[in-house]
Design a protein around this ligand. Structure first.
Ligand SMILES: Nc1ncnc2c1ncn2[C@@H]1O[C@H](COP(=O)(O)OP(=O)(O)O)[C@@H](O)[C@H]1O
Ligand SMILES: [Mg+2]
Length: 363
């Protein structure tokens, strides 16, 4: 932003410091003068006992003023010089942190997010500002790094189906007598996967932009709908779904919340014990929040592993190319949607194996 040039803060502080010092000096001298006036009469009569010709009436006050005025002026002049010099030095010392903070801001503007102010000394307003700024820089840096990782991973994931398609087409071209039907089936599967991935990416960005309208939503109905949709999949995997819970009102995007619930339920079904798994879906209200819990049996997981699962393209321990392998964005989407609704997402491994996932949304 272009602004009209103005006085520097250091100069302003110096001037006000000197100004106050002058004002105090003037007041003090005025007080001294008033004090003197009270004890010094206007005129004095000097009576000499010998025959001195100096006998007579003298203007004592004006004589005093003649002596006082130049000294007072000297004192004020000294105060002025002292105030300006002292003020300049003091203001410079006080404002030194601002220079460091400005310097760091300028570097950040030019893209260097790794620089920190690290203002030394005990806590005061400037240190607090600098520390807050350092925290902001650290978060920004982490965020930018995360975005870069995300873009790199997304490109990599998108390239995979394209590369597979190309390989399939190359093989088909080299051998025209191959079974076309099989080729088409495989191309179709690869293509579907690429579309799923692209749709998941679009969903992440849509939720991140928070560009959805908020309506009243009952989480228990959302859970019911998701369960109904995924019942055939659960049957196929031999997984029992147990649902429970009362009306759980919250506000948000019904479509996104359905997506969130579906992702959680889908995971709970496919990452479960084969043939004998159970999934528990529950909704309920707490004093300030509406809560959705999805819990499932499964392999034992360590807390360290569980804490990484919400990262985009993180796929736990399973081999990537089994048929239940998703695109690895399911939980990342859940996290993004939860945050877009100002909620919290908690993943806890169950001691008997499997995982318990809690989504808390404001009511
Ligand atoms: N309910 C769950 N039970 C056990 N493991 C899970 C569950 N949900 C997710 N996971 C693990 O977290 C990983 C990431 O999940 P997700 O982001 O949905 O990706 P995807 O399902 O596409 O692999 C999964 O690969 C799986 O290992
Ligand atoms: Mg998934």
């Amino acid at each position: 932003m272009d602004r009209a040039p103005g006085l520097s803060v250091r100069l302003k502080l110096t001037l006000s410091y000197a100004g106050f010092l002058m004002l105090a000096g003037v007041l003090l001298l005025a007080a001294v003068w008033v004090f003197l006036l009270r004890y010094v009469p206007e005129r004095a009569t000097l009576i000499s006992h010998d025959d001195n010709p100096t006998n007579g009436v003298f203007p004592v006050r004006s004589a005093l003023l003649d002596v006082f005025a130049p000294r007072a002026a000297a004192v004020l002049a000294f105060l002025l010089v002292f105030g300006l010099l002292g003020g300049w030095i003091l203001a410079g010392r006080m404002l030194a942190p601002v220079t460091r903070i400005t310097d760091a801001t300028r570097r950040a503007t030019h893209g260097s997010l790794s620089h920190r102010i690290r203002l030394p000394g005990r806590n005061d307003e400037f240190r607090e500002l600098a520390d807050t700024f350092d925290t902001m820089l650290a978060r920004l840096e982490a965020h930018v790094a995360e975005q870069r990782r995300f873009a790199a991973n997304a490109s990599h994931e998108l390239r995979t189906p394209l590369a597979i398609s190309k390989a399939l087409l190359d093989v088909a071209r080299a051998d025209p007598n191959r079974d076309i039907g099989e080729l088409i089936d495989r191309l179709h599967a690869v293509n579907t996967r690429a579309i799923d991935l692209t749709e998941a990416l679009l969903l992440v960005s849509r939720a991140e932009q928070r560009s959805f309208t908020r309506e009243p939503v009952d989480l228990s109905l959302v859970a019911e709908e998701a369960t109904e949709t995924l019942l055939p999949l659960a049957e196929k995997h031999g997984v029992t779904i147990e649902t429970g819970g009362d009306i759980t009102p919250t506000t948000g995007s019904p479509a996104l919340l359905l997506q969130l619930t579906t992702n959680l339920l889908h995971n709970a079904i496919v990452h479960n014990l084969p043939g004998q798994g159970t999934v528990w879906v529950n909704t309920g209200v707490r004093p300030r929040t509406a809560v959705l819990t999805v819990e499932n049996t499964g392999e034992k997981l360590t807390p360290q592993l569980v804490s990484t699962l919400t990262e985009p393209f993180q796929r736990g321990t399973e081999r990537i190319h089994t048929d239940q392998a998703g695109v690895g964005l399911g939980l990342a989407i859940v996290k993004t949607i939860t945050h877009a609704h100002d909620g919290t997402l908690t993943l806890t491994p169950r001691s008997a194996g499997g995982i318990r996932i809690t989504v808390e949304l404001p009511r």
